[in-house]
Write a protein that binds this ligand. Structure first.
Ligand code: GLN
Length: 544
Protein backbone atom coordinates (compact mmCIF):
# COMPACT_ATOMS: atom_id res chain seq x y z
CA UNK A 1 0.00 0.00 0.00
CA UNK A 2 1.50 3.30 -1.07
CA UNK A 3 0.31 6.37 0.78
CA UNK A 4 0.24 9.40 -1.44
CA UNK A 5 1.27 12.72 -0.01
CA UNK A 6 -1.06 15.69 -0.45
CA UNK A 7 1.18 17.06 -3.13
CA UNK A 8 1.07 13.83 -5.13
CA UNK A 9 -2.68 13.67 -4.82
CA UNK A 10 -3.09 17.10 -6.29
CA UNK A 11 -0.64 16.20 -9.07
CA UNK A 12 -2.80 13.21 -9.98
CA UNK A 13 -5.81 15.44 -10.40
CA UNK A 14 -3.96 17.94 -12.61
CA UNK A 15 -3.45 15.15 -15.12
CA UNK A 16 -7.19 14.65 -15.41
CA UNK A 17 -7.81 18.22 -16.50
CA UNK A 18 -8.69 18.95 -20.09
CA UNK A 19 -6.26 20.97 -22.19
CA UNK A 20 -8.54 24.00 -22.11
CA UNK A 21 -8.82 23.82 -18.31
CA UNK A 22 -5.04 23.53 -17.96
CA UNK A 23 -4.43 26.49 -20.20
CA UNK A 24 -7.01 28.74 -18.55
CA UNK A 25 -5.87 27.82 -15.02
CA UNK A 26 -2.21 28.28 -15.87
CA UNK A 27 -3.02 31.69 -17.33
CA UNK A 28 -5.03 32.56 -14.23
CA UNK A 29 -2.02 31.69 -12.08
CA UNK A 30 -3.80 28.85 -10.23
CA UNK A 31 -0.80 26.63 -10.90
CA UNK A 32 2.32 27.07 -12.98
CA UNK A 33 3.29 25.40 -16.23
CA UNK A 34 6.21 23.94 -14.31
CA UNK A 35 3.82 22.31 -11.79
CA UNK A 36 1.75 20.90 -14.62
CA UNK A 37 4.89 19.48 -16.19
CA UNK A 38 6.02 17.80 -12.97
CA UNK A 39 2.54 16.24 -12.53
CA UNK A 40 2.68 14.91 -16.06
CA UNK A 41 6.14 13.41 -15.54
CA UNK A 42 4.98 11.83 -12.27
CA UNK A 43 2.09 10.17 -14.08
CA UNK A 44 4.42 8.90 -16.80
CA UNK A 45 6.71 7.44 -14.13
CA UNK A 46 3.73 5.78 -12.45
CA UNK A 47 2.09 4.12 -15.44
CA UNK A 48 4.31 4.19 -18.50
CA UNK A 49 7.26 1.91 -17.66
CA UNK A 50 10.38 1.69 -19.82
CA UNK A 51 10.39 3.54 -23.12
CA UNK A 52 10.63 1.60 -26.38
CA UNK A 53 14.19 0.77 -27.36
CA UNK A 54 16.13 -1.10 -30.04
CA UNK A 55 17.97 -3.41 -27.66
CA UNK A 56 15.42 -6.03 -26.79
CA UNK A 57 16.28 -6.82 -23.21
CA UNK A 58 14.04 -9.31 -21.38
CA UNK A 59 11.33 -7.36 -19.58
CA UNK A 60 10.52 -7.37 -15.91
CA UNK A 61 7.04 -9.03 -15.69
CA UNK A 62 5.62 -5.87 -14.06
CA UNK A 63 6.35 -4.03 -17.31
CA UNK A 64 3.66 -6.12 -19.02
CA UNK A 65 1.06 -4.03 -17.17
CA UNK A 66 2.57 -0.69 -18.21
CA UNK A 67 1.58 1.55 -21.10
CA UNK A 68 4.94 2.15 -22.87
CA UNK A 69 3.60 5.06 -24.89
CA UNK A 70 6.96 6.68 -25.52
CA UNK A 71 10.14 6.10 -27.49
CA UNK A 72 11.80 9.10 -25.93
CA UNK A 73 10.93 11.63 -23.24
CA UNK A 74 12.00 15.22 -23.88
CA UNK A 75 11.98 16.44 -20.28
CA UNK A 76 14.62 19.12 -20.71
CA UNK A 77 12.86 20.64 -23.68
CA UNK A 78 9.52 20.56 -21.82
CA UNK A 79 11.12 22.22 -18.76
CA UNK A 80 12.46 25.07 -20.82
CA UNK A 81 9.07 25.46 -22.50
CA UNK A 82 7.31 25.47 -19.11
CA UNK A 83 9.72 28.09 -17.77
CA UNK A 84 9.08 30.23 -20.83
CA UNK A 85 5.30 30.02 -20.28
CA UNK A 86 5.71 30.91 -16.60
CA UNK A 87 8.02 33.78 -17.50
CA UNK A 88 5.51 35.18 -19.98
CA UNK A 89 2.71 35.00 -17.44
CA UNK A 90 4.83 36.78 -14.85
CA UNK A 91 5.69 39.46 -17.42
CA UNK A 92 2.03 39.92 -18.42
CA UNK A 93 2.62 38.55 -21.94
CA UNK A 94 0.24 36.18 -23.74
CA UNK A 95 1.55 32.62 -23.24
CA UNK A 96 -0.67 31.17 -26.01
CA UNK A 97 -3.83 29.10 -26.33
CA UNK A 98 -2.14 25.91 -25.07
CA UNK A 99 -0.18 27.49 -22.22
CA UNK A 100 1.29 24.73 -20.05
CA UNK A 101 -0.58 21.90 -21.77
CA UNK A 102 1.41 18.62 -21.82
CA UNK A 103 1.55 17.11 -25.32
CA UNK A 104 3.11 14.01 -26.88
CA UNK A 105 4.21 13.90 -30.52
CA UNK A 106 4.02 10.79 -32.69
CA UNK A 107 7.63 10.05 -33.56
CA UNK A 108 7.05 10.61 -37.26
CA UNK A 109 7.23 14.43 -36.93
CA UNK A 110 10.57 16.16 -36.94
CA UNK A 111 11.69 18.08 -33.87
CA UNK A 112 14.89 20.01 -34.41
CA UNK A 113 17.92 18.44 -32.73
CA UNK A 114 15.94 15.58 -31.16
CA UNK A 115 16.04 12.01 -32.48
CA UNK A 116 13.10 11.35 -34.77
CA UNK A 117 12.94 7.66 -35.60
CA UNK A 118 9.62 6.77 -37.29
CA UNK A 119 9.98 3.75 -34.93
CA UNK A 120 12.50 2.35 -37.42
CA UNK A 121 16.06 1.17 -36.94
CA UNK A 122 16.94 2.98 -40.15
CA UNK A 123 16.47 6.35 -38.38
CA UNK A 124 17.64 5.37 -34.91
CA UNK A 125 20.11 8.27 -34.64
CA UNK A 126 18.53 10.84 -36.94
CA UNK A 127 18.47 14.36 -35.49
CA UNK A 128 16.48 16.55 -37.85
CA UNK A 129 17.74 20.07 -38.60
CA UNK A 130 14.22 21.53 -38.53
CA UNK A 131 10.85 21.21 -36.76
CA UNK A 132 7.59 20.12 -38.38
CA UNK A 133 5.07 22.96 -38.84
CA UNK A 134 2.27 21.51 -36.66
CA UNK A 135 4.80 20.81 -33.90
CA UNK A 136 6.15 24.35 -34.16
CA UNK A 137 2.61 25.74 -33.91
CA UNK A 138 2.01 23.74 -30.73
CA UNK A 139 5.25 25.08 -29.25
CA UNK A 140 4.38 28.64 -30.25
CA UNK A 141 0.99 28.24 -28.53
CA UNK A 142 2.70 27.40 -25.22
CA UNK A 143 2.37 23.61 -25.25
CA UNK A 144 4.92 21.48 -23.39
CA UNK A 145 6.40 18.75 -25.60
CA UNK A 146 6.82 15.81 -23.22
CA UNK A 147 8.18 13.28 -25.68
CA UNK A 148 8.03 11.28 -28.88
CA UNK A 149 5.29 8.65 -28.90
CA UNK A 150 5.77 5.11 -30.21
CA UNK A 151 4.02 3.94 -33.41
CA UNK A 152 4.06 1.24 -36.06
CA UNK A 153 7.29 1.44 -38.06
CA UNK A 154 6.83 4.31 -40.55
CA UNK A 155 3.13 4.24 -39.48
CA UNK A 156 2.60 0.92 -41.31
CA UNK A 157 0.10 -0.94 -39.17
CA UNK A 158 -2.98 -0.84 -36.98
CA UNK A 159 -1.67 -2.10 -33.64
CA UNK A 160 1.66 -0.31 -33.04
CA UNK A 161 3.27 -3.78 -32.75
CA UNK A 162 5.46 -3.33 -35.82
CA UNK A 163 7.59 -0.68 -34.06
CA UNK A 164 11.29 -1.59 -33.99
CA UNK A 165 11.35 0.02 -30.53
CA UNK A 166 10.15 -2.53 -27.98
CA UNK A 167 8.12 -2.88 -25.85
CA UNK A 168 5.38 -1.64 -28.18
CA UNK A 169 2.65 0.37 -26.45
CA UNK A 170 -0.19 -1.38 -24.61
CA UNK A 171 -3.84 -0.43 -24.33
CA UNK A 172 -4.47 1.45 -21.05
CA UNK A 173 -7.91 -0.21 -20.83
CA UNK A 174 -6.35 -3.68 -20.88
CA UNK A 175 -2.57 -3.92 -21.16
CA UNK A 176 -2.79 -7.39 -22.73
CA UNK A 177 -4.38 -5.69 -25.74
CA UNK A 178 -3.09 -3.34 -28.41
CA UNK A 179 -3.81 0.40 -28.37
CA UNK A 180 -4.42 0.26 -32.13
CA UNK A 181 -2.22 2.02 -34.61
CA UNK A 182 -0.35 3.47 -36.04
CA UNK A 183 -0.70 6.40 -33.58
CA UNK A 184 -0.96 3.90 -30.68
CA UNK A 185 1.60 5.53 -28.40
CA UNK A 186 -0.16 8.86 -28.91
CA UNK A 187 -3.65 7.62 -28.07
CA UNK A 188 -2.36 5.50 -25.16
CA UNK A 189 -0.55 8.50 -23.65
CA UNK A 190 -3.75 10.58 -23.78
CA UNK A 191 -5.97 7.76 -22.43
CA UNK A 192 -3.53 7.07 -19.57
CA UNK A 193 -3.62 10.77 -18.59
CA UNK A 194 0.11 11.15 -19.17
CA UNK A 195 -0.59 14.10 -21.47
CA UNK A 196 -3.72 16.05 -22.37
CA UNK A 197 -3.12 16.08 -26.12
CA UNK A 198 -1.15 14.26 -28.77
CA UNK A 199 -0.27 14.96 -32.38
CA UNK A 200 -0.87 11.97 -34.66
CA UNK A 201 -1.16 11.18 -38.35
CA UNK A 202 -3.88 9.45 -40.30
CA UNK A 203 -3.24 7.89 -43.73
CA UNK A 204 -5.83 5.12 -43.61
CA UNK A 205 -7.16 5.48 -40.08
CA UNK A 206 -4.09 5.83 -37.90
CA UNK A 207 -5.58 8.56 -35.70
CA UNK A 208 -9.18 7.34 -35.57
CA UNK A 209 -8.70 3.58 -35.17
CA UNK A 210 -6.34 3.85 -32.15
CA UNK A 211 -8.53 6.64 -30.72
CA UNK A 212 -11.46 4.22 -30.87
CA UNK A 213 -9.42 1.44 -29.24
CA UNK A 214 -8.23 3.74 -26.44
CA UNK A 215 -11.49 5.59 -25.75
CA UNK A 216 -10.27 9.05 -26.80
CA UNK A 217 -11.14 11.57 -29.51
CA UNK A 218 -9.13 11.26 -32.74
CA UNK A 219 -9.53 13.86 -35.46
CA UNK A 220 -8.47 13.60 -39.10
CA UNK A 221 -8.80 17.01 -40.79
CA UNK A 222 -9.54 17.60 -44.49
CA UNK A 223 -6.50 16.79 -46.64
CA UNK A 224 -4.44 19.98 -46.79
CA UNK A 225 -6.01 21.60 -43.71
CA UNK A 226 -2.92 20.88 -41.55
CA UNK A 227 0.58 21.20 -42.99
CA UNK A 228 2.57 18.03 -43.68
CA UNK A 229 5.88 19.92 -43.55
CA UNK A 230 8.20 17.93 -41.30
CA UNK A 231 5.99 14.83 -41.36
CA UNK A 232 7.88 11.86 -42.78
CA UNK A 233 5.85 10.90 -45.83
CA UNK A 234 4.11 7.52 -46.05
CA UNK A 235 1.43 7.94 -48.72
CA UNK A 236 1.64 11.61 -49.58
CA UNK A 237 -1.80 11.90 -51.19
CA UNK A 238 -3.49 10.44 -48.08
CA UNK A 239 -1.42 11.59 -45.06
CA UNK A 240 -3.05 14.00 -42.59
CA UNK A 241 -1.70 15.24 -39.25
CA UNK A 242 -4.38 15.72 -36.61
CA UNK A 243 -5.31 16.12 -32.93
CA UNK A 244 -5.86 13.42 -30.31
CA UNK A 245 -7.61 14.55 -27.11
CA UNK A 246 -9.85 13.35 -24.29
CA UNK A 247 -12.85 15.40 -25.35
CA UNK A 248 -14.22 17.07 -28.46
CA UNK A 249 -13.60 20.67 -27.42
CA UNK A 250 -9.93 19.92 -26.73
CA UNK A 251 -9.66 18.45 -30.24
CA UNK A 252 -11.22 21.66 -31.59
CA UNK A 253 -8.81 23.78 -29.55
CA UNK A 254 -5.80 21.85 -30.82
CA UNK A 255 -7.07 21.92 -34.40
CA UNK A 256 -7.37 25.71 -34.16
CA UNK A 257 -3.69 25.89 -33.25
CA UNK A 258 -2.29 23.55 -35.91
CA UNK A 259 -4.63 24.22 -38.88
CA UNK A 260 -4.06 26.76 -41.62
CA UNK A 261 -1.95 27.48 -44.64
CA UNK A 262 1.78 26.81 -44.60
CA UNK A 263 3.91 28.12 -47.47
CA UNK A 264 6.33 25.24 -46.79
CA UNK A 265 3.73 22.63 -47.85
CA UNK A 266 2.49 23.19 -51.39
CA UNK A 267 -0.57 20.98 -50.80
CA UNK A 268 -1.67 22.92 -47.75
CA UNK A 269 -4.91 24.79 -48.31
CA UNK A 270 -5.07 28.59 -48.50
CA UNK A 271 -8.69 28.59 -47.25
CA UNK A 272 -9.24 30.50 -44.03
CA UNK A 273 -9.78 28.32 -40.97
CA UNK A 274 -13.07 28.84 -39.17
CA UNK A 275 -13.52 29.27 -35.43
CA UNK A 276 -13.85 25.64 -34.37
CA UNK A 277 -14.54 26.35 -30.69
CA UNK A 278 -17.39 28.71 -31.48
CA UNK A 279 -18.88 26.14 -33.87
CA UNK A 280 -19.31 23.66 -31.00
CA UNK A 281 -22.02 25.76 -29.43
CA UNK A 282 -24.20 25.78 -32.53
CA UNK A 283 -25.81 22.44 -31.69
CA UNK A 284 -27.29 19.91 -34.09
CA UNK A 285 -30.84 21.15 -34.59
CA UNK A 286 -31.69 20.59 -38.25
CA UNK A 287 -28.35 18.92 -38.97
CA UNK A 288 -28.80 16.05 -41.45
CA UNK A 289 -27.02 12.93 -40.21
CA UNK A 290 -26.71 10.00 -42.63
CA UNK A 291 -26.52 6.28 -41.86
CA UNK A 292 -25.30 3.93 -44.56
CA UNK A 293 -25.91 0.18 -44.95
CA UNK A 294 -22.47 0.05 -46.57
CA UNK A 295 -20.96 0.69 -43.13
CA UNK A 296 -22.96 -2.02 -41.40
CA UNK A 297 -20.65 -4.90 -42.40
CA UNK A 298 -17.04 -5.73 -42.99
CA UNK A 299 -16.21 -6.79 -46.53
CA UNK A 300 -13.36 -9.24 -46.51
CA UNK A 301 -11.82 -10.95 -49.54
CA UNK A 302 -12.13 -14.70 -49.91
CA UNK A 303 -8.69 -15.71 -51.11
CA UNK A 304 -10.03 -18.81 -52.88
CA UNK A 305 -12.66 -17.10 -55.01
CA UNK A 306 -11.52 -13.47 -54.97
CA UNK A 307 -15.06 -12.51 -53.93
CA UNK A 308 -15.68 -10.01 -51.17
CA UNK A 309 -17.38 -11.88 -48.35
CA UNK A 310 -19.51 -10.03 -45.82
CA UNK A 311 -18.71 -10.30 -42.12
CA UNK A 312 -20.78 -8.76 -39.39
CA UNK A 313 -19.33 -6.16 -37.10
CA UNK A 314 -19.38 -6.42 -33.32
CA UNK A 315 -23.00 -6.04 -32.20
CA UNK A 316 -22.19 -3.62 -29.37
CA UNK A 317 -20.58 -1.31 -31.93
CA UNK A 318 -23.62 -1.27 -34.25
CA UNK A 319 -25.78 -0.66 -31.18
CA UNK A 320 -23.57 2.28 -30.19
CA UNK A 321 -24.02 3.84 -33.64
CA UNK A 322 -27.81 3.41 -33.40
CA UNK A 323 -27.75 4.90 -29.92
CA UNK A 324 -25.79 7.92 -31.15
CA UNK A 325 -28.30 8.41 -33.95
CA UNK A 326 -31.20 8.42 -31.49
CA UNK A 327 -29.40 10.81 -29.12
CA UNK A 328 -28.78 13.23 -32.01
CA UNK A 329 -32.35 12.81 -33.19
CA UNK A 330 -33.61 13.75 -29.71
CA UNK A 331 -31.47 16.89 -29.96
CA UNK A 332 -33.21 17.89 -33.18
CA UNK A 333 -30.96 16.38 -35.86
CA UNK A 334 -32.62 14.69 -38.84
CA UNK A 335 -31.51 11.10 -39.30
CA UNK A 336 -31.35 10.04 -42.94
CA UNK A 337 -31.22 6.26 -43.33
CA UNK A 338 -30.07 4.04 -46.18
CA UNK A 339 -27.60 6.44 -47.73
CA UNK A 340 -25.75 4.49 -50.44
CA UNK A 341 -21.94 4.61 -50.27
CA UNK A 342 -21.45 1.46 -52.36
CA UNK A 343 -17.80 1.90 -53.26
CA UNK A 344 -16.67 2.14 -49.64
CA UNK A 345 -16.25 -1.65 -49.60
CA UNK A 346 -13.44 -1.36 -52.15
CA UNK A 347 -11.54 1.10 -49.97
CA UNK A 348 -9.05 -1.36 -48.53
CA UNK A 349 -8.04 -3.04 -51.82
CA UNK A 350 -7.72 0.45 -53.34
CA UNK A 351 -5.67 1.60 -50.37
CA UNK A 352 -3.40 -1.44 -50.63
CA UNK A 353 -2.39 -0.32 -54.11
CA UNK A 354 -2.14 3.46 -53.70
CA UNK A 355 -0.46 3.47 -50.30
CA UNK A 356 2.14 0.83 -51.25
CA UNK A 357 3.10 2.59 -54.47
CA UNK A 358 3.50 5.95 -52.72
CA UNK A 359 5.31 4.36 -49.76
CA UNK A 360 7.84 2.58 -51.96
CA UNK A 361 8.57 5.85 -53.71
CA UNK A 362 8.85 7.85 -50.47
CA UNK A 363 11.14 5.32 -48.79
CA UNK A 364 13.81 5.49 -51.51
CA UNK A 365 15.49 8.30 -49.59
CA UNK A 366 16.60 6.02 -46.76
CA UNK A 367 19.89 4.68 -48.10
CA UNK A 368 22.47 4.94 -45.32
CA UNK A 369 24.34 7.64 -47.20
CA UNK A 370 23.01 10.96 -45.97
CA UNK A 371 21.71 10.23 -42.45
CA UNK A 372 20.35 7.50 -40.21
CA UNK A 373 21.47 3.91 -39.87
CA UNK A 374 24.37 2.60 -41.99
CA UNK A 375 25.43 -1.04 -42.13
CA UNK A 376 28.55 -1.61 -40.01
CA UNK A 377 29.95 -4.34 -42.30
CA UNK A 378 32.63 -3.69 -44.94
CA UNK A 379 30.87 -3.09 -48.22
CA UNK A 380 31.98 -3.65 -51.80
CA UNK A 381 30.47 -0.56 -53.38
CA UNK A 382 27.67 1.97 -53.06
CA UNK A 383 25.01 -0.50 -54.26
CA UNK A 384 26.13 -2.94 -51.61
CA UNK A 385 26.05 -0.23 -48.93
CA UNK A 386 22.49 0.72 -49.82
CA UNK A 387 21.29 -2.87 -50.13
CA UNK A 388 22.71 -3.96 -46.77
CA UNK A 389 21.64 -0.80 -44.98
CA UNK A 390 18.05 -1.21 -46.14
CA UNK A 391 18.05 -4.97 -45.45
CA UNK A 392 19.24 -4.38 -41.87
CA UNK A 393 17.46 -1.09 -41.22
CA UNK A 394 13.89 -1.81 -42.29
CA UNK A 395 11.50 -4.20 -40.53
CA UNK A 396 9.53 -6.86 -42.36
CA UNK A 397 6.25 -4.92 -42.79
CA UNK A 398 8.20 -2.06 -44.38
CA UNK A 399 10.01 -4.42 -46.77
CA UNK A 400 6.73 -6.06 -47.70
CA UNK A 401 5.23 -2.68 -48.57
CA UNK A 402 8.24 -1.60 -50.61
CA UNK A 403 8.17 -4.85 -52.58
CA UNK A 404 4.46 -4.60 -53.22
CA UNK A 405 4.70 -0.93 -54.21
CA UNK A 406 7.55 -1.62 -56.64
CA UNK A 407 5.63 -4.51 -58.17
CA UNK A 408 2.37 -2.58 -58.52
CA UNK A 409 4.00 0.42 -60.16
CA UNK A 410 6.26 -1.52 -62.49
CA UNK A 411 5.79 -1.26 -66.21
CA UNK A 412 3.05 -3.61 -67.33
CA UNK A 413 1.29 -3.66 -63.96
CA UNK A 414 0.75 0.04 -63.30
CA UNK A 415 -2.21 0.27 -65.68
CA UNK A 416 -3.86 -2.81 -64.21
CA UNK A 417 -3.42 -1.89 -60.58
CA UNK A 418 -2.34 1.67 -59.90
CA UNK A 419 -4.37 3.41 -62.60
CA UNK A 420 -7.40 1.32 -61.75
CA UNK A 421 -7.03 2.08 -58.05
CA UNK A 422 -7.05 5.79 -58.84
CA UNK A 423 -10.34 5.34 -60.70
CA UNK A 424 -11.92 3.48 -57.79
CA UNK A 425 -10.65 6.17 -55.47
CA UNK A 426 -12.53 8.77 -57.55
CA UNK A 427 -15.68 6.63 -57.32
CA UNK A 428 -15.38 6.45 -53.53
CA UNK A 429 -15.14 10.24 -53.46
CA UNK A 430 -18.15 10.64 -55.78
CA UNK A 431 -20.33 8.56 -53.43
CA UNK A 432 -19.64 11.13 -50.71
CA UNK A 433 -20.13 14.09 -53.05
CA UNK A 434 -23.58 12.74 -53.87
CA UNK A 435 -24.45 12.19 -50.22
CA UNK A 436 -23.37 15.75 -49.26
CA UNK A 437 -24.77 17.46 -52.39
CA UNK A 438 -27.02 20.31 -51.11
CA UNK A 439 -29.31 19.81 -54.12
CA UNK A 440 -29.18 16.00 -54.08
CA UNK A 441 -31.44 13.37 -52.61
CA UNK A 442 -29.77 13.08 -49.20
CA UNK A 443 -28.32 16.57 -48.56
CA UNK A 444 -26.26 15.31 -45.62
CA UNK A 445 -24.21 17.43 -43.27
CA UNK A 446 -22.41 14.45 -41.75
CA UNK A 447 -22.25 10.66 -42.11
CA UNK A 448 -22.35 8.60 -38.89
CA UNK A 449 -20.55 5.20 -38.92
CA UNK A 450 -18.67 2.89 -36.60
CA UNK A 451 -14.96 3.72 -36.43
CA UNK A 452 -13.93 0.06 -36.31
CA UNK A 453 -15.62 -3.30 -36.75
CA UNK A 454 -14.28 -4.64 -33.43
CA UNK A 455 -12.90 -3.28 -30.19
CA UNK A 456 -9.19 -3.72 -29.34
CA UNK A 457 -7.66 -7.13 -30.00
CA UNK A 458 -5.08 -9.07 -27.97
CA UNK A 459 -1.40 -8.52 -28.61
CA UNK A 460 -0.04 -11.00 -31.20
CA UNK A 461 -3.55 -12.05 -32.28
CA UNK A 462 -3.54 -10.19 -35.59
CA UNK A 463 0.11 -9.19 -35.86
CA UNK A 464 1.80 -11.10 -38.69
CA UNK A 465 -1.38 -11.25 -40.79
CA UNK A 466 -0.82 -8.10 -42.81
CA UNK A 467 -4.15 -8.36 -44.68
CA UNK A 468 -6.23 -8.93 -41.55
CA UNK A 469 -4.40 -6.06 -39.85
CA UNK A 470 -5.10 -3.76 -42.77
CA UNK A 471 -8.79 -4.55 -42.56
CA UNK A 472 -9.06 -2.82 -39.17
CA UNK A 473 -9.17 0.38 -41.23
CA UNK A 474 -12.17 -0.59 -43.32
CA UNK A 475 -14.46 2.02 -41.77
CA UNK A 476 -11.89 4.83 -41.70
CA UNK A 477 -9.92 4.66 -44.95
CA UNK A 478 -12.60 5.94 -47.34
CA UNK A 479 -12.35 9.39 -45.73
CA UNK A 480 -8.64 9.40 -46.64
CA UNK A 481 -9.36 8.41 -50.23
CA UNK A 482 -11.95 11.18 -50.46
CA UNK A 483 -9.80 13.69 -48.55
CA UNK A 484 -12.67 14.40 -46.13
CA UNK A 485 -12.55 15.39 -42.45
CA UNK A 486 -13.57 12.65 -39.99
CA UNK A 487 -13.53 12.22 -36.24
CA UNK A 488 -13.76 9.22 -33.93
CA UNK A 489 -15.28 9.84 -30.50
CA UNK A 490 -15.97 7.47 -27.62
CA UNK A 491 -19.42 5.92 -28.01
CA UNK A 492 -19.58 3.42 -25.16
CA UNK A 493 -17.88 0.32 -23.74
CA UNK A 494 -18.35 -3.33 -24.69
CA UNK A 495 -18.93 -6.22 -22.26
CA UNK A 496 -15.17 -6.45 -21.59
CA UNK A 497 -15.02 -2.74 -20.70
CA UNK A 498 -13.22 -1.94 -23.95
CA UNK A 499 -13.93 1.38 -25.66
CA UNK A 500 -16.17 1.65 -28.72
CA UNK A 501 -15.56 4.41 -31.28
CA UNK A 502 -18.17 6.10 -33.44
CA UNK A 503 -17.20 8.17 -36.44
CA UNK A 504 -18.53 11.32 -38.10
CA UNK A 505 -17.41 12.12 -41.66
CA UNK A 506 -18.06 15.60 -43.09
CA UNK A 507 -17.77 17.53 -46.37
CA UNK A 508 -14.51 19.20 -47.45
CA UNK A 509 -13.26 21.76 -44.93
CA UNK A 510 -16.38 21.38 -42.77
CA UNK A 511 -14.45 20.35 -39.67
CA UNK A 512 -16.99 22.50 -37.82
CA UNK A 513 -19.89 20.15 -38.72
CA UNK A 514 -18.29 16.96 -37.41
CA UNK A 515 -17.11 18.77 -34.29
CA UNK A 516 -20.65 20.02 -33.64
CA UNK A 517 -22.12 16.53 -34.05
CA UNK A 518 -19.44 14.97 -31.83
CA UNK A 519 -19.74 17.64 -29.17
CA UNK A 520 -23.54 17.43 -29.04
CA UNK A 521 -23.42 13.65 -28.57
CA UNK A 522 -20.67 13.96 -25.97
CA UNK A 523 -22.52 16.59 -23.92
CA UNK A 524 -25.88 14.81 -24.11
CA UNK A 525 -24.38 11.53 -22.85
CA UNK A 526 -22.31 12.86 -19.95
CA UNK A 527 -24.57 11.07 -17.48
CA UNK A 528 -24.33 7.62 -19.07
CA UNK A 529 -22.85 4.95 -16.81
CA UNK A 530 -19.98 3.96 -19.11
CA UNK A 531 -18.50 7.46 -18.86
CA UNK A 532 -17.61 6.86 -15.20
CA UNK A 533 -15.45 3.79 -15.99
CA UNK A 534 -11.72 4.50 -16.01
CA UNK A 535 -8.99 2.72 -18.03
CA UNK A 536 -7.61 -0.31 -16.15
CA UNK A 537 -4.13 1.13 -15.66
CA UNK A 538 -5.66 4.14 -13.91
CA UNK A 539 -7.95 2.00 -11.76
CA UNK A 540 -4.89 0.09 -10.54
CA UNK A 541 -3.18 3.37 -9.82
CA UNK A 542 -6.03 4.42 -7.53
CA UNK A 543 -6.21 0.97 -5.88
CA UNK A 544 -2.53 0.92 -4.94
N1 GLN B 1 -3.32 0.98 -40.63
C1 GLN B 1 -3.11 1.58 -41.92
C2 GLN B 1 -1.90 1.04 -42.59
O1 GLN B 1 -1.39 0.10 -42.12
C3 GLN B 1 -3.09 3.05 -41.79
C4 GLN B 1 -1.80 3.63 -41.44
C5 GLN B 1 -1.90 5.09 -41.30
O2 GLN B 1 -3.00 5.65 -41.29
N2 GLN B 1 -0.77 5.75 -41.22
O3 GLN B 1 -1.44 1.51 -43.58
Amino acid sequence: HVRRSGRERSEMSLNQLSASEVSSRVRAGEFSAREMLEASLAQIRAVDGVPGSLDQKPLDPAEEQKVHAFIRLTEDLARSQADEVDRKIAAGEDPGALAGVPVSIKDIFTLQGIETTAASRILWNFKPPYTATPVQRLIDAGALILGKANLDEFTFGSSSESSAFKPAPNNPWDPSRVPGGSSGGSTASVAAEEVALSLGTDTGGSIRQPAAFCGVVGFKPTYGRVSRYGLMAFSSSLDCPGPIARNVSDAALMLQVIAGNDPKDSTSSVLQTSNYLNALKEGVKGLRVGLSPDYAHLFYPDFETGELAMESIQKEISDAVQHAASVLSDLGAEIVENVPLPNAKYSIPTYFVISRVEAASNLHRFDGVKYGYRTPVDVEDLQDLIRRTRAEGFGSEVKLRILMGMYLSSEGYAANYYQRALKVRAMIRRDFERAFDPHGEHRLDVVLTPTTATTSFKRNDVFGNTVRMQYSDQMTVSANHAGLPAVSIPGGLDADNLPIGIQFIGPDFREDLILRAGYAFEQATQGEAWRAVRPAVLRQEVAK
